[in-house]
Design a protein around this ligand. Structure first.
Ligand code: UDP
Length: 264
């Protein structure tokens, strides 16, 4: 199925108000880890519906490294599988889907999902909270974002090195935020979201965004367009930081496991 068709199905299901079925039915599973084949548009459609109903949603980025971690860490696996949307971040997930005849044909990266959500929040008038990264990084990221989206309502922000969690939760509750981006790295950010979801009933969208504030602030540069378009960002990162080699061995390991797995 083409992404267009999938988004169309998602749209119809969303109009029929059976979105819960949709988010579950279309999911693919690789080595026991769920991945959603929805693109940005499909996820936004689904989120609109869930927000209308006052339902909370969590978004987690899945890449081969996280799937490999989930093989030895049951908690990570549970954190991923219990999220509302597991986005296909990482070209390895696309390859796995291709090998197994799945429907995932385009990447949904954490940073682009965040950009899409910011645009959505600005259009809908939903206030947004930013939690994580160093003080100057989060401040600069917000300044750049506000420059691009002047209508965005920024409910507040807190750097990721502030350890007074109770005070932070109270601040978020009072801020009126509807969406929150948590940038603490994985799995710290997902554990934080799970721990505080219930306490933050008015926040309806939670995304764990890793190093995305560093990207928005301009502190960390994204790979040049060539690498992004060809799905070879991993090669760019390897060339600019050869120490990543060990981490990147996860990709061939993951693909070998997928080849010999019974996933369909
Ligand atoms: N970070 C933080 N508090 C901490 C540790 C890390 O706010 O106690 C931030 C750090 O400044 C960076 C992000 O978390 O902005 C981690 O980014 P990374 O790219 O390592 O995340 P990944 O997606 O690889 O897990």
């Amino acid at each position: 199925m083409e992404p267009m068709q999938l988004n169309r199905i998602s749209d119809i299901l969303s109009k029929l108000k059976v979105i819960e079925l949709e988010t579950i039915l279309l999911k693919e599973t690789y080595l026991g880890v769920h991945v959603s084949p929805l693109t940005y548009e499909g996820i936004i459609n689904s989120l609109k519906n869930r927000i209308e109903k006052g339902e909370q949603s969590t978004i987690i980025a899945v890449n081969p490294e996280k799937v490999m971690t989930a093989q030895r860490d049951a908690e990570v696996k549970e954190l991923i599988n219990n999220s509302t949307f597991q986005i296909a971040d990482g070209v390895g997930i696309l390859l796995a889907s291709k090998l197994k005849g799945g429907n995932i044909t385009s990447r949904v990266t954490g940073v682009d999902m965040m950009a899409t959500l910011l645009q959505f929040a600005a259009t809908e008038g939903h206030p947004v909270y930013f939690y994580g990264a160093k003080e100057e990084v989060v401040k600069k990221a917000i300044a750049n974002i506000q420059n691009d989206l002047p209508s965005l309502k920024v409910a507040g922000y807190t750097n990721g090195y502030d350890r007074d969690e109770d005070a932070l939760i109270a601040r978020i509750q009072q801020s009126g935020a509807k969406l929150i981006f948590v940038a603490l790295g994985s799995p710290t950010q997902e554990l934080w979201i799970r721990r505080n979801l219930e306490k933050l009933r008015d926040v309806l969208v939670f995304q764990g965004v890793g190093g995305s504030f560093d990207v928005f602030s301009g502190t960390v540069k994204r790979a040049p367009a060539f690498f992004r378009k060809t799905g070879t960002e991993w090669l760019y990162r390897l060339l600019s930081d050869p120490k990543r080699f060990k981490r990147q061995l996860n990709l061939p390991r993951f693909l070998m496991k997928i080849l010999f797995s019974k996933d369909k």
